[in-house]
Design a protein around this ligand. Structure first.
Ligand code: GDP
Ligand code: MG
Length: 164
């Protein structure tokens, strides 16, 4: 079976946009309001002759109550993450590091799985200065991308293959 790469992140950071960009199809529903992805989505991605299965866990995590991360929904998201060989934590450069980003980063680090920080919405070179703030998440230097435009996505795919 192909290795699985799971996309996690709080609502509205651009997980579904990144999923569609990487699979090169509009599979996931992108919406300006949080909580729109209902199902766990999976699709195969091939890059430089190698393939993996990309999983958008957004629907699961988006449904988590704002107050906490307990409950059945969280356990389902957790199960999706357990199956993955690599975890991508997506954050939004325009928002900076938020409390839920820190919670998710801690959870990913505790999982012991290889994890990669993806700083989305870096639409222009001027936004790149903003990625340094995310070093505090403890997941290393983030990979700047713009899921909307495709900027940095080739570099991200190279980094993913390096870690698989
Ligand atoms: P999700 O909730 O994490 O799945 O986020 P979505 O993919 O649904 O995107 C949430 C919003 O962010 C939508 O309005 C997207 O158009 C927007 N968005 C996603 N990626 C980018 C990006 O790279 N740059 C900008 N400026 N907006 C983006
Ligand atoms: Mg989504």
């Amino acid at each position: 079976p192909l290795p699985k790469v799971a996309i996690v992140g709080r609502p509205n950071v651009g997980k579904s946009t990144l999923f569609n960009r990487l699979v090169r199809r509009r599979v996931a529903i992108v919406h300006p309001q949080p909580g729109v992805t209902r199902d766990r989505l999976e699709a195969a991605v091939t890059w430089r002759g190698r393939s993996f299965v990309l999983v958008d866990t957004g629907g699961l995590l988006d449904a988590v109550p704002r107050e906490g991360m307990e409950g059945v929904v969280w356990q389902q998201a957790s199960a999706a993450v357990q199956e993955a060989s690599l975890l991508l934590l997506v954050v939004d450069v325009r928002d900076g590091a938020m409390a839920l980003d820190r919670q998710l980063a801690n959870w990913l680090r505790r999982s012991g799985k290889p994890s990669l920080l993806v700083v989305n919405k870096v639409d222009a070179p001027a936004h790149e200065a903003g990625i340094h703030e995310f070093a505090a998440l403890g997941l290393g230097e983030g990979v700047p991308v713009s899921a909307a435009s495709g900027r940095g996505v080739g570099e991200l795919l190279d980094r993913i293959l390096d870690l698989l």
